[in-house]
Ligand binder design. Sequence first.
Ligand SMILES: *[C@@H]1O[C@H](CO)[C@@H](O)[C@H](O)[C@H]1NC(C)=O
Ligand SMILES: *[C@@H]1O[C@H](CO)[C@@H](O)[C@H](O)[C@H]1NC(C)=O
Ligand SMILES: *[C@@H]1O[C@H](CO)[C@@H](O)[C@H](O)[C@H]1NC(C)=O
Ligand SMILES: *[C@@H]1O[C@H](CO)[C@@H](O)[C@H](O)[C@H]1NC(C)=O
Ligand SMILES: *[C@@H]1O[C@H](CO)[C@@H](O)[C@H](O)[C@H]1NC(C)=O
Ligand SMILES: *[C@@H]1O[C@H](CO)[C@@H](O)[C@H](O)[C@H]1NC(C)=O
Length: 830
Amino acid sequence: MSLRALRVAVPLLCGWFVAAAIGPIDTSTPSLPGGNLANAAPPGPFFQDFKPPFPTTGWWVGFAAPPSQNSVVAGPFPYMSAALNTGLQFGLSNNRHFDGTSIIQTTQMDWQVSYVENPNTNTSHKTTGWDTQSVTIQYFASSGIGFETFLVPGSPYITLYYHTATILLTSENGNIQSVNGATVTSNPTSFTGTKFVVTNSAGSYAIYSLGGAVTLSATTSTLTGTTTFNGPLRLARITNETTSEAILDEYAATYPTGVSLDYSFSGDNATLSFAWNVVGTGTPLLHLSWPHHRKHLVSPQYVSGLSYLTTKGYMKPVLGNTWHLSYALPTITWQAPRAPQASCTQQILEALEYEVANLAVAVPGDFYYWGKEFQTMARLALVADTMGRSDLVSSVISVMEESFAYWHNGAPQATYAAYETGWGGVVDGPGASNVNIDFGNGYYNDHHFHYGYMLHGAAVIAKYDSAWWNANKQFITTFARDIGNPSTQDPYFTVARCRDWFAGHSWASGIANGGGTRDQESSGEAINGYYGLLLFAEILGNQDVINWARLLWATEVDAVQSYWHLYPNSNDPDTPYPEAGLRALTTIGNVEDYQAGAWLFWGSQRSEIAAIQMLPVTPINEGLYDAAWLTGSWAYVANELVDPSVGDEWKAVIYMAYSEVDPQTAFQRSTNISAWGGTTSQTLLLYHLATRKNPSGQNICTATASNPVGNFTIRAPNGKFVSSTAAAPNLVATATTGTVFSFAYMPGGGSILNTATSQYVTADPNGVAPLAAARTVAQAWETFKVVQQTDGTYVIEALVNSAYVILDGSGELVNNGTLAQAVHFTLVSH
Ligand SMILES: *[C@@H]1O[C@H](CO)[C@@H](O)[C@H](O)[C@H]1NC(C)=O
Ligand SMILES: *[C@@H]1O[C@H](CO)[C@@H](O)[C@H](O)[C@H]1NC(C)=O
Ligand SMILES: *[C@@H]1O[C@H](CO)[C@@H](O)[C@H](O)[C@H]1NC(C)=O
Ligand SMILES: *[C@@H]1O[C@H](CO)[C@@H](O)[C@H](O)[C@H]1NC(C)=O
Ligand SMILES: *[C@@H]1O[C@H](CO)[C@@H](O)[C@H](O)[C@H]1NC(C)=O
Ligand SMILES: *[C@@H]1O[C@H](CO)[C@@H](O)[C@H](O)[C@H]1NC(C)=O
């Protein structure tokens, strides 16, 4: 396609160059309880020719995000760039290092490309269109277009098309040292030709004119055209491989201006296609691939001798104007593909009954935490269904419906959904003017995390209550469009908001902070976002949307296995992380565009870093948890798994994921926990373990001793009874007639209730303060194991710190002993 034809093909006020392969999920005007509002970060003049919806999460959003549209963005890889008023700056990091936690490639600008007539205002450059991977920027003046640049990820060349404008290239990395091997000085020297090699402190770049010979006047800071120029100009970093310059020479005449994304499905296989819009017919397109591409390319024609080291590893060239990448799609939908093993069913039922009876209606305070609870309830309903307990399914669904109904209230409530008109999307209304609300949801952060949980829960309600679905379908569909719109024909939502199709995964970052560096640290929640979309699609019953959701899921998982899971023992020469020291850390916590490392914004424990890539654990994730990664990360977190100061909520998640390899060990370890975190529960844990492939074929669950249940007084060995009153709630063994305590089942152990005060006995996680009957509800700190000894007495273990109850000097009960030190109590039935 010629450049002119391409420009004519751009429809007015719609920046997208191409339509994706399937149609929109819906095109109706969003009607949300919070109405329409604009967030406090409107797009800048970059989008002056267009109206929303705009991309908010891709690599180049920093070109358009406020306050100044001048962020350095990571891309088009292998380069990083900034679209400044003065021109397009770009560079390629010479400094990749491992600091013990992360590999980092510091930002670096090498050159600015511009034209002499540039008015240098912030309205004199704009986009003329974009697609699922690339964006075109035009720099212009009142006299006409200066140049256009097609920023296409994967191209080793930065390509500019000049329109009767005077080339102005400025070194951003030290002085220009030489042109074509000749030293340059501050006295201008002219060079004429169609190719130049220029060297500054960054290294050498080849510059190609595809518009005939040009004359450039060189000083130590600039290369300036001596006349105006028409036609393409390309710049590419020459690498230190001796063959790189010749390869760049050979393929310089064919350049990409954009790319069409397409996909096709055959049963459970998908082919994802990138078809570049290419100008030039003499040679095929030379385009760089990343490791995850090379795992999936169908019949690639590689060229060796040119490579660029990026945060995702070496980019290496492939020849061809179209790539086809094949992926296997997930086949799991609602339930695990196996019935729960019989050894576990009794314990699953016991936990299920308790958890359903104790469900509380979650009142939304935000999307994120509410969504986790909502999905967790939904999974309980699915387990109840598998266990043949339709009575419990109905109980869960009615609590979920009550919780969901709050979303219809709109603004009187603390949080509500609204349509954001500046960029086009569903946001947390109060968050539209406050980036600190709901993790920046109003600035388009984390939408796939948040809405995946909601879609998942809503799909489960719909599965059991079609009347509810009919009443809520429109509302729910709005969230599916926000994160999973497949088509440019949806007038209200950008295509697959969070997905970076060339990087192969999603970004969590939206337009906050100038839309600069991208990150994603909860890869498990990203994957769950597309699982939610898949379950929504199942309810919709639309096979196209089902396949689209499966493709999003499969590609996200593959990228997570490529860039978040580390394999210390791998000798794969194509690893993205050649640094063995990084791979020894077993899990990347945060993949960013300039760095990737074993750290999180919010936590530093190894268990946290691993668990946030695993959660929420759902049946479909057996396609995510590969054995090599699980085995390596299990060894790496081993010390933390036996450390009582590490939260059970992380251990629970790790045990669940690890059950893919060894469900027996996972079960034994999990008998110890009393907190499951926001995304799972004892029921879900047991169900997950019970439905694994179970390589050994052995029983997964074993009978665990259960606490005595009933009303008892508690007698210490000295004959005194334990008492606790409203005025003095601490438990102390000094009474002659004790308080009556009610012992009941709880997941993991049991609770102890003071029947006189109706307060649950709670334990200090530090094992310092005495036990006290001081809580109205029983949760993790109120969970005890009461274990009978051979002589008929009982020892009491507080699960919150895995310590046994002993008596202090004044006879108070304290959870501070070992099993050997544990006081042996007698329980007297009442
Ligand atoms: C553009 O420049 C004008 C005038 O200097 C300034 O007021 C405005 O804030 C700038 N806008 C952006 C998005 O940089
Ligand atoms: C080429 O550059 C890479 C990264 O910049 C470096 O690791 C490698 O040692 C260099 N090779 C040579 C031959 O200089
Ligand atoms: C799917 O891909 C697998 C592995 O490449 C292949 O064996 C199988 O025949 C394919 N199935 C279909 C329906 O194309
Ligand atoms: C229970 O937890 C403690 C520390 O949290 C650990 O030392 C102990 O080995 C665990 N027991 C089992 C059976 O996992
Ligand atoms: C335990 O005592 C409470 C309060 O006296 C009473 O309501 C409850 O029914 C008793 N439970 C059992 C199992 O006896
Ligand atoms: C026991 O108490 C001491 C302080 O008195 C504390 O340092 C220690 O951690 C406690 N042990 C347990 C197992 O909680």
